[in-house]
Design a protein around this ligand. Sequence first.
Ligand code: NDP
Length: 331
Amino acid sequence: NREIHLQRRPSGMPVAEDFKLVSTPLAGVKKGEVLIRNLWMSVDPYMRGRMIDRKSYIPPFALGAVLEGGAIGEVIESDNPAFAVGQKVAHMSGWREYYISNGEDLQPLPESPVPDQAFLGVLGMPGMTAYTGLLKIGELKQNDNVFVSAASGAVGSIVCQIAKLKGCYVVGSVGSDAKAEYLTSELGVDAAINYKTSKDLSADLAAACPNGIDVYFENVGGAHLEAALNVINDHGRIAVCGMIDQYNAEEPVPGPTNLAMIIIKKLKIQGFIVFEHWDEYPAFVQQMSQWILEEKVRYRETVYEGIELAPEAFMGLFTGKNTGKMLVKLA
Ligand code: NDP
């Protein structure tokens, strides 16, 4: 069994030396346990926060120990009557090739015509984040004007498409012209902004949103939030999902200079953590599966192969190496 340990807490942008590939012997399966061969694992931006030793909504990763994260595996040996050999399961013990569980932390993968790894992306946590954040937290209404940052990523690409399905005008911001083209030509987004080449994000956003913004789906923070506050309409809503622009900051980041817009425009701003809404996951899977099968929602994956590339895949999230869900294929 090979697994990835957190060797050192990253300072700023994570680097290869923060991680260590370790080979460990596999213990035997004891009574009540199952042996799982991991097939896919997820790398997600929130894991960067868990690499810092601080109190948060989820405990930090331990130093010198195997990392954790969403994974899909197959039961290859079982001494637990609830799990037959061949059963596919979702669990939170990724970053390793094999995993032994007593079964309590395993969710059997639903029967689905959609490929297994979609349960780490469009049909999993990121898809559920898009759905909850936009519809429930952002209180999306028909014909709203919607702005989405990190719009070609796992969450953002789904937010854009749900908003289009609800008849909205949608603008996305991304870090390359190729991603902008993906949004407008494949996902039906009305306009896309390349924030890396933009000289004035507020001006470009205002130009792309002739009727302003009613809902901003916030994935980035910093200059994106400042621009959104400038362009958003009175009584606009901001669903604060993430602030990836500051996850690797080495010093406190300056706040937007225009927070008074919250008062002037009477805005409603709400953060959320998707796991607090997990009771609605079954309903989400049903709706999203239907949209996928009807080809109303499309999704892309960026796949790195082999456990040894998991750190590279993770680091790539912060330099925009992915379009759609970033995944590591293990077997
Ligand atoms: P993505 O698939 O969107 O990958 C991250 C993307 O962010 C990159 O592809 C990159 O695209 C963009 N990015 C990276 N650094 C920056 C930067 N400094 N400024 C602007 N864009 C940047 O990841 P996810 O879809 O998994 O996550 C998106 C956001 O949602 C994150 O902020 C994450 O923390 C948050 N999240 C929150 C959850 C919650 O419960 N609140 C649950 C899941 C995710 P580009 O090339 O366009 O720069």
